[in-house]
Design a protein around this ligand. Structure first.
Ligand SMILES: [Zn+2]
Length: 690
């Protein structure tokens, strides 16, 4: 920057600065000295009101601060340090500003070369935060012959010839000035993005007291921030002519993250109250999700409840029970699954859509990466962290990385993600509602088989979803006719399948309910839910070794669903009807996912573990058959498969085809061999191990 003020201008400006600091900012200055702080934080508006229309040359001081911030701030800092020395402060003091005018606010993606050097305000989410590193900024050198001293900025080469004695010498290093530095990557927060637009990013440099441990802790990845600073250019590679932007932070402050970031006017509020009191609101909401997609009534209802969510509770022991409702959709390829995900991510406030598939995919939780500029480690936030206090719509969740799988349990339940790797430790918040989709392992979903056998996710993770649905493509003549009619209607007059509630208003409605309503269970609602829960448990208790139909985890899910139902009507209490709505949905989930057709019982093991009750029984039967037959001297070298099959058929329903029975037996034998309960002394023959 070749910008320069004249000597007189500088002198007069410095005098004004001194008055500003010692008189106008007197209280702040006293606080700075008393508390041994390193920075004087100045409200820009206060600065502007002090200088009003005072001019230097033909620009005002205030304009100068905005157009030449580095220059003006360094002048201010010079004066501050002179004043500081007089007050007995020995360390270097900084001037930091906040509350800059709205005109300085820039979206990261809108930053251009014309912004270089100007004072800007940016808002975004910290995607990545490096470790703090100490770097040299300048060194003082001395000539060993004549004693000439000079200061060299870091990165500049020192002269070969001494300017003092004109001799070719090697300078001695007298002093090194170092500074603590941290690099962040900040990206546009996604409520400003359209559809699936990729957010733009900018590296941000924090120096000196901005890297104090107390401050660093406040700015973990996932935090929404406002940064005041100056944009500079940085070559993308060494000696490259291509440049990227870098922001040097003058000041940084966190922005509280809530659903309330979505602005709701008085007029909006009236519309919301009207919607909430509409007797048909539940139906209307359902019809607003993927309106072009016919059917899926229960699934849509579940998604509506998910949008509104339950109530987060802090238990007496300090542990937290989440209010967010997680839902998993398992779908055959080529069905309405994607339509549902897309529609949902348009309606849900603060929603991020991501596919967990592919090498370029962003992580879901968090990872430790190399900061290429500082050469340190950095923590990078995944989608669940970036979508904190919002929604993550995750397609192909079964394809997520190994690291994500490990971190996912606490991300879904405690809603925190801890990073502990390569000497980097961080705890990140992920209060995020998850709507996930997965593909069946073998192409098509088979309702006869346990879910855990069919998708590539561990039962412990499946367990953390409140509801799991399969979206199946089952031929059904009556339904097909309805779908065809619905599609034709859409073609004839598209407005007929427009969502009943415009997405913008719906978003506001949801954030309104999520932030302002915290319904409590009434006695009737409690009774309703407990009765349902206890009855299911009782069914299991009657028979020894019965499947466990339902666990306390599911009880919490029921309560969340009932609370969500109350939030829709902006009620502070959960009624019996809310509880009934939650129970009906839960029954639907159990019927489609956890019902064991062979036992005629609901078996949550079908959802959460590899082996349902009926299968466990059959394993015992097959083991018995082999053990009994092996006692015969005919089979001392092993029981042939065909003999086992003959016996096994007696235990299978008569209407089951031979192929099916054979297939099932093969699977059981495989499992028994894998578990080491039987072995095969020769091909096609089996003996028990004990
Ligand atoms: Zn010299």
């Amino acid at each position: 920057m070749d910008f320069q003020l004249t000597k007189e201008e500088t002198l007069s400006l410095k005098q004004d600065f001194k008055i500003f600091l010692t008189e106008f900012m007197k209280n702040d200055l006293t606080k700075l000295v008393d508390r041994n702080l390193s920075s004087l934080i100045i409200d820009f508006m206060k600065f502007a009101s002090f200088f009003e229309s005072k001019k230097v040359g033909n620009t005002t001081v205030t304009e100068l601060l905005l157009s030449r911030p580095k220059y003006i701030i360094s002048l201010l800092e010079d004066v501050l340090n002179e004043v500081g020395t007089e007050l007995g402060v020995s360390k270097r003091l900084h001037v930091r500003f906040f509350n800059l005018p709205v005109s300085t606010l820039k979206k990261i993606r809108d930053i251009r070369s014309s912004d270089i050097g100007k004072f800007l305000t940016i808002e975004g989410i910290i995607r990545r935060a490096s470790q703090v590193k100490v770097i040299e900024i300048r060194r003082t050198l001395q000539c060993p012959i004549c004693g000439y001293t000079l200061t060299i900025e870091f990165g500049k080469e020192s002269p070969r010839i001494c300017p003092g004695c004109r001799k070719r010498i090697r300078f001695l290093v007298l002093d090194k000035e170092v500074v603590d530095i941290q690099r962040l990557i900040v990206e546009d927060s996604f409520e400003n993005l359209e559809g699936y637009e990729q957010p733009s990013r900018i590296p941000v440099i924090l120096k000196d007291d901005l890297t104090d441990p107390q401050i660093v802790k406040k700015f973990a990845p996932g935090t929404k921030v406002k940064i005041y600073g100056f944009v500079d250019l940085l070559p993308t590679k060494r000696r490259s002519t291509e440049y990227g932007f870098i922001l040097e932070a003058n000041n940084i402050e966190p922005i509280e993250q809530t659903y309330e970031e979505i602005e709701i006017t008085k007029e909006d509020e009236e519309k919301i109250l009207k919607l909430a009191s509409d007797p048909n609101i539940y139906e209307k909401l359902k019809r607003s999700i993927a309106p072009a997609l016919y059917g899926y009534d229960k699934i849509k209802e579940a998604l509506v409840l998910q949008l509104f969510g339950g109530v987060k509770k802090i238990k007496p022991d300090g542990s937290v029970s989440r209010g967010d409702i997680h839902i998993l959709l398992i779908g055959d390829p080529g069905v309405g699954k994607s339509a549902i995900l897309l529609s949902f991510s348009k309606i849900a406030p603060k929603a991020r859509y991501v596919s967990a598939k592919g090498a370029t995919a962003v992580g879901l939780t968090a990872s430790v990466v190399r900061d290429e500029m500082l050469g340190t480690w950095a923590v990078e936030a995944g989608v669940l962290v970036l979508a904190n206090k919002g929604f993550a719509v995750v397609d192909e969740i079964d394809k997520m990385s190994k690291e994500d799988r490990a971190a996912m349990h606490s991300a879904m339940e405690q809603q925190i993600i801890t990073v502990d790797k390569a000497n980097v430790h961080a705890t990140l918040k992920a209060e995020t509602t998850i709507l996930a989709a997965a593909n069946p392992k073998y192409g098509r979903f088979d309702p006869e088989k346990p879910i855990a056998d069919q998708i590539d996710l561990p039962p412990t993770l499946l367990n953390r979803f409140d509801l799991i649905f399969s979206i199946r493509d089952v031929p059904d003549i009556k339904k097909d006719k309805e779908i065809a009619k619905h599609i034709l209607k859409g073609h004839k007059s598209p407005e007929e399948i427009k969502p009943e509630i415009p997405p913008d208003l719906l978003k506001k409605y949801i954030s309104y309910a999520r932030t302002r309503v915290k319904p409590k269970l009434t006695e009737e609602a409690k009774e309703e839910i407990l009765n349902f829960y206890v009855n299911l448990r009782k069914k299991a208790a009657g028979t020894p070794d019965a499947p466990i139909p339902i666990s306390p985890r599911q009880l919490e899910a029921l309560i969340r669903l009932a609370e969500a139902s109350a939030k829709i009507q902006l009620r502070e209490y959960v009624t019996r009807e809310d509880a009934q709505r939650a129970i009906d949905l839960f029954k639907y989930f159990l019927r489609t996912m956890a019902y064991d057709p062979e036992l005629g019982q609901i078996d949550i093991d079908r959802v959460m573990t590899q082996t349902p009750k009926s299968r466990r029984d059959k394993i015992k039967i097959v083991k018995n058959i082999i053990t009994q037959l092996a006692k015969s001297p005919d089979y001392s070298d092993g029981v042939p498969f065909s003999e086992i099959l003959k016996e096994f058929k007696n235990y299978e329903p008569a209407d089951k085809s031979d192929d099916e029975v054979r297939g099932e037996l093969e699977e059981i034998i495989k499992l028994l061999s894998k578990n080491g309960e039987i072995y095969s002394p020769s091909f096609g023959k089996y003996l028990p191990t004990i």
